[in-house]
Ligand binder design. Structure first.
Ligand SMILES: N[C@@H](CCC(=O)N[C@@H](CS)C(=O)NCC(=O)O)C(=O)O
Length: 213
């Protein structure tokens, strides 16, 4: 299957983690000449990545694609079947996707120190710290986000944690993980673990290229 996108897009990375966890072979395909060409708009009229092409199936919206991958194979479930465990994985995923990610990525516009609005940066960093505390209390990190196996929570968590650790130091926030033991352990595990370290390394390389080193 082809995942159209760039791997440093947190939305595309979610799908790449889901496909890796499920054991699907995939290729990341950069949309030729961008996401607004007539050819790409035929795949996704919104002109956004990721888009999944799996034979005749073409889907967009990362959460929908992840649900499709989950339904396509019953093996290696991303949403555990016991209701409580399934809901817990979804809840953790929602904390990362709906709360932490917008706060972290909301800082993207503030990347240039010359054009930075420090009040906006401070407000976002306050939100980031608050969401990290909520997540730290709730997550398992044993060793995955929601327990012993990868779940949908990791698909949403890892791209955000990637940006948090690579990107926040640019705003002077160098010790956001200090005292947050589970999150610290989780990201250290993800960097070493066979299933996750490869995608994270691809994200490192792609981000370095786009940020110019
Ligand atoms: N809700 C979408 C968001 C996707 C999204 O915003 N993708 C960004 C890349 S990170 C994009 O393609 N932006 C190009 C644009 O908006 O023109 C999803 O979950 O897939």
């Amino acid at each position: 299957m082809d995942i159209y996108g760039v791997i440093y897009s947190p939305f595309a990375a979610r799908v790449a983690f889901a496909a890796s966890f499920k054991g699907f072979k995939y290729k990341i395909v950069a949309p030729k000449d961008g996401t607004k060409t007539p050819a790409f708009l035929k795949l996704n009229p919104l002109g956004k990545v990721p888009v999944l092409k799996d034979g005749k199936v073409v889907l967009f919206e990362s959460s929908v694609i992840i649900e499709y991958l989950e339904a396509k194979s019953k093996k290696k479930r991303l949403v555990p079947t016991p209701a409580k465990a399934g809901a817990e994985a979804r809840l953790l995923g929602a904390l990362f996707a709906e709360y932490l990610q917008p706060s972290v990525l909301g800082l993207w516009q503030q990347i240039d120190p010359a054009k930075r609005d420090q009040a906006v940066v401070d407000a976002k960093l306050t939100d980031v710290a608050r969401y990290l505390d909520i997540i730290e209390k709730r997550m398992s990190a044993k060793p995955y986000c929601a327990g012993a196996k990868p779940t949908i929570a990791d698909c949403y968590a890892l791209p955000v944690m990637f940006f948090l650790t690579n990107f926040m130091p640019r705003f002077g926030a160098t010790n956001l993980l200090k005292g947050r033991k589970k999150l610290t352990k989780y990201i250290a595990f993800a960097r070493k673990n066979k299933l996750t370290s490869g995608v994270l390394a691809q994200m490192d390389a792609a981000l370095q290229q786009v940020m110019g080193g």
